[in-house]
Write a new protein. Structure first.
Length: 94
C-alpha cells in the first residue's frame, strides 16, 4: 500500500469528521431524544460521504475509501436513531 501526502490529509479530514459520529450516537442513545439535531444536515452529510465513495470507486480508489464508508455508516446510524427516538416521543405524547 502506497501513501502520498494528499491521501494523508484526506484521511486526516475524514478521521476528524468521523470522530463526531460515535459521540453523537452515544448522546442520542443516552438522551433518547434527537432534540437539537438537524435531520436535513445529517442527510446532506451522508450524501456527501456517499459522493466521496462514488468518486473513489470511479477511478480514484485507495485506502481512504474505508473512512468514507465508515463515516457513512456512522452518520446513517445516528440518523436512524434520531428517527427512531423522534417517533417514539411522538407515540408517547399521543
Amino acid at each position: 500500500m502506497e501513501f502520498n501526502i494528499p491521501q494523508l490529509f484526506e484521511a486526516g479530514m475524514m478521521i476528524c469528521f468521523g470522530i463526531s459520529w460515535p459521540l453523537s450516537i452515544v448522546k442520542t442513545i443516552k438522551t433518547k431524544n434527537p432534540k437539537g439535531k438537524s435531520f436535513a444536515f445529517t442527510t446532506l452529510v451522508i450524501i456527501g460521504y456517499l459522493s466521496g465513495v462514488v468518486y473513489k470507486l470511479l477511478g480514484n480508489i485507495d485506502w481512504v475509501i474505508a473512512f468514507y464508508m465508515l463515516n457513512t455508516i456512522n452518520a446513517s446510524i445516528d440518523l436512524a436513531l434520531c428517527f427512531y427516538y423522534q417517533n417514539k416521543l411522538k407515540n408517547q405524547q399521543a
